[in-house]
Design a protein around this ligand. Structure first.
Ligand SMILES: Nc1ncnc2c1ncn2[C@@H]1O[C@H](COP(=O)(O)OP(=O)(O)O)[C@@H](O)[C@H]1O
Ligand SMILES: [Mg+2]
Length: 557
C-alpha cells in the first residue's frame, strides 16, 4: 500500500474538546494554582454577565474546600436568571457553545469556552462530573451531573433530578478538581477583591480554606445595560464578509450593506459599490450596481468593498453598545476596597479600533491603606491577573512620565503608594490569546490609555502638590514653635520685656503667617477641579501622547 493511502487511513477531524484537552495551556490551564483561579473566574464572570443582562443586583457565593491532597471542591452560586433545563447540558457539556460569541455586545465572556472548559479540566484531573443546579424561578429546581464526551464534543449526562419547592432563581455549580490553593497576587482572593472593585454593585461572599471573606457592595446602581450592535464594515475581514454575503437574506448587495452593518447609509453604500467596481453602465454613465445579488459578488469585488471601506469616510459605530463604569463607580470601588487617602477617575470618550468601538477608563488611588505601587488591569470589568508584561495597559503605564506628576520614580519603578486602575470596555476586547489575560497592543488603544492616565495624573499631581506644600509649611511651623521659648527668653534678656509677652507675640506671628499661607482654608479642601482650571497651575502639559523623558524601560510591573 502506498504511503498516501496509509496516511489517508489515519487522517480524521479533531473535536474541539479533544483539541483543548491536549492544549489546555491555551486556555490558561498550565499549572494547578492557575487552574483554581480560572475555574472560579469563569463561573463568576458568567454569573455577573447573567445578572447584569437580567438587571439583577448580583449576589455571588464562592466556596473552596480541600477534599484530598491537591484536590478541591469548588462551589459557585449566583442569584441570576438561571438557565432553562434544555440548555444546561449543552452549555456545560460542549465546548464553544454560548450566547455571546455571535452577538456584538459588551460582556465578560465572548467565546463560549469558559465554563465548559472548567468541566473538562475537572473530569480530566479527577474523573468526576460537574454538578449544576439551576432554577428559573418557577419552583422547579433541576440538578444535573454532567461530563463531556470528548471525542464528540457532546454532553454526557450522568444524572438528572427535578425537585419542586420554594421558588428561587440562579445557578449553582460544583466542580471537583486537582488544584492548589494560594493567596498571592494571582489568586482567587485577589481576583475576587479586584472584581469587587470593578463591580462595586455586587455582593460577594468567599468561603476560602482559610475562612470567610465578604466583599459588600458599595452601591445599588448597576451600570447602564449595553446595547447589542451590528458589525462595522471597517472591522470586517474578507473571509467574514464573504461568508456574510453567502448567508445573507438580503436580496441585493445594496440592502445587504445597509441592513447588516452598523451605521452604513444608502449614500455610503453607493459610494462603496462604486469604489469596489460593483457598477453598471447606464446611459453612458457608470453607476453603482445596487441590484446585484449578494451571492453574485465575486471575491475580487468583496476585496474591493473592504478596501473601499478604508478610504470612504464612514460614520463611526454607535457607542451606546458600551457600558463604561463611570468615575463615580470606579471611585466607589477603589474607596471601599482600598481605603485610600485620595482617589480620582477619568472616563474617555469612545474610540474605535478595526471598526470595533472601545472606551478607556482610568482610576488612581493614593495613600491611606495603600502601601506600594500596583497596576490593576480590567477588561469589561474582569480583572486580568496574568501576562501583564505583554499587555497594552502595562505598556501605557510604563510610557507615562510619572515624575512629571510629582511621583517618585526610581529605575522605572514608581515608588509611591499608588494604585492605577485601567479598564477597557469593548464589544470585542482584542485579547492576545484565548485565555484572555492581556490586551493586544493596538496603537489607538495604547494612546487612549495614556491620555486617560495623563488626565487622571494631572488631578493627583495638583492634590499631591497641595498636600506636600502643606506638609512643608507645617514642618516649618513646628520648627518656629520649637524655638519660640528660647527666642522669647533671649529677646527678654536683651530688651527687658517679659518673656511671656514676647512668646505670645511670636505665636501670634506664626499663626497669622500660617493663615495667610493657607489662605484661611485647609489646603486639601480646595477643589482639584477649581485649581486645575486656574492659570499657572501645575498643569503645564497638554494632552501629550508621547513623553520624551519616559521613566520606563524596565519590567517593573
Ligand atoms: N450562571 C449563569 N447564568 C445564566 N447563564 C449562564 C450562566 N453561566 C453560563 N451561562 C450561559 O452559558 C453560556 C456559555 O458560557 P461560557 O462557556 O462561559 O461561554 P461565554 O461566557 O464565553 O459565552 C453563556 O454564554 C451563557 O449564555
Ligand atoms: Mg463565560
Amino acid at each position: 500500500m502506498g504511503i498516501a493511502e496509509d496516511m489517508g487511513k489515519r487522517q480524521r477531524s479533531i473535536s474541539v474538546s479533544e483539541f483543548f484537552e491536549k492544549n489546555r495551556h491555551l486556555l490558561g490551564y498550565d499549572n494547578k494554582a492557575k487552574a483554581m483561579l480560572i475555574i472560579v473566574k469563569e463561573a463568576v464572570d458568567n454569573s455577573l454577565d447573567a445578572c447584569e443582562e437580567a438587571g439583577i443586583l448580583p449576589e455571588i457565593y464562592v466556596g473552596i474546600r480541600q477534599v484530598g491532597e491537591d484536590r478541591f471542591r469548588i462551589t459557585e452560586r449566583d442569584n441570576g436568571p438561571g438557565i432553562i433545563k434544555e440548555q444546561v447540558p449543552k452549555i456545560f457539556g460542549s465546548l464553544l457553545y454560548g450566547s455571546k460569541f455571535h452577538r456584538l455586545k459588551q460582556t465578560r465572556g465572548q467565546q463560549g469556552l469558559g465554563v465548559s472548559c472548567a468541566v473538562l479540566y475537572g473530569q480530566l484531573t479527577t474523573g468526576t462530573p460537574t454538578t449544576v443546579v439551576s432554577s428559573t424561578g418557577n419552583g422547579k429546581t433541576h440538578r444535573y451531573q454532567i461530563m463531556i464526551d470528548v471525542g464528540k464534543n457532546k454532553p454526557k449526562i450522568m444524572e438528572t433530578v427535578v425537585e419542586e419547592g420554594t421558588p428561587w432563581h440562579g445557578v449553582e455549580i460544583t466542580f471537583d478538581v486537582e488544584a492548589t490553593y494560594r493567596e498571592n497576587k494571582q489568586s482567587v482572593l485577589e481576583y475576587l477583591k479586584q472584581t469587587a472593585i470593578s463591580n462595586p454593585f455586587a455582593d460577594i461572599v468567599f468561603d476560602s480554606p482559610n475562612g470567610r471573606v465578604e466583599f459588600k457592595r458599595g452601591t445599588d446602581r448597576l451600570p447602564p445595560e449595553p446595547k447589542e450592535i451590528m458589525p462595522h464594515i471597517e472591522g470586517v475581514e474578507l473571509g467574514v464578509l464573504m461568508r456574510m454575503l453567502a448567508n445573507t437574506k438580503a436580496r441585493t448587495v445594496h440592502s445587504f450593506l445597509t441592513t447588516e452593518f452598523s451605521r452604513l447609509g444608502r449614500q455610503s453604500a453607493n459610494e462603496l459599490l462604486l469604489r469596489a467596481g460593483i457598477v453598471k453602465e447606464a446611459g453612458g454613465n457608470v453607476a453603482p450596481d445596487t441590484k446585484l445579488r449578494p451571492s453574485r459578488v465575486t471575491d475580487k469585488q468583496a476585496r474591493g468593498l473592504i478596501e473601499a471601506a478604508r478610504t470612504v469616510k464612514l460614520l463611526r459605530p454607535p457607542t451606546d453598545c458600551l457600558s463604561p463604569l463611570g468615575s463615580e463607580l470606579i471611585e466607589s470601588g477603589l474607596r471601599k476596597e482600598l481605603n485610600p487617602e485620595f482617589v480620582t477617575a477619568v472616563t474617555r470618550s469612545p474610540e474605535v479600533y478595526r471598526g470595533w468601538p472601545f472606551q478607556i477608563e482610568v482610576g488612581l488611588a493614593f495613600g491611606g491603606s495603600i502601601q506600594e505601587f500596583s497596576l490593576l488591569r480590567f477588561a469589561n470589568r474582569v480583572p486580568l491577573l496574568y501576562q501583564s508584561g505583554v499587555c497594552a495597559m502595562t505598556k501605557a503605564v510604563q510610557e507615562t512620565d510619572w515624575r512629571r506628576y510629582g511621583m517618585d520614580v526610581n529605575r522605572g519603578r514608581i515608588e509611591e503608594p499608588l494604585v492605577v486602575f485601567v479598564h477597557i470596555a469593548s464589544v470585542w476586547v482584542p485579547f492576545t490569546s484565548e485565555s484572555k489575560e492581556a490586551v493586544a497592543n493596538y496603537d489607538v488603544i495604547i494612546k487612549e490609555i495614556k491620555l486617560a492616565l495623563q488626565e487622571a495624573a494631572r488631578k493627583i499631581a495638583l492634590w499631591l502638590s497641595g498636600k506636600r506644600k502643606k506638609a512643608m509649611l507645617s514642618k516649618k511651623k513646628s520648627i518656629f514653635e520649637k524655638y519660640a521659648d528660647e527666642t522669647a527668653h533671649a529677646l527678654s534678656v536683651i530688651t527687658g520685656e517679659p518673656k511671656e509677652t514676647i512668646e505670645k507675640q511670636i505665636y501670634e506671628l506664626i499663626n497669622s503667617k500660617w493663615e495667610e499661607l493657607n489662605g484661611g482654608e485647609e489646603i486639601e479642601e480646595v477643589g482639584v477641579e477649581d485649581r486645575e482650571s486656574g492659570e499657572g497651575s501645575a498643569d503645564t502639559d497638554s494632552e501629550e501622547t508621547e513623553s520624551e523623558h519616559s521613566a520606563s524601560g524596565e519590567e517593573s510591573f
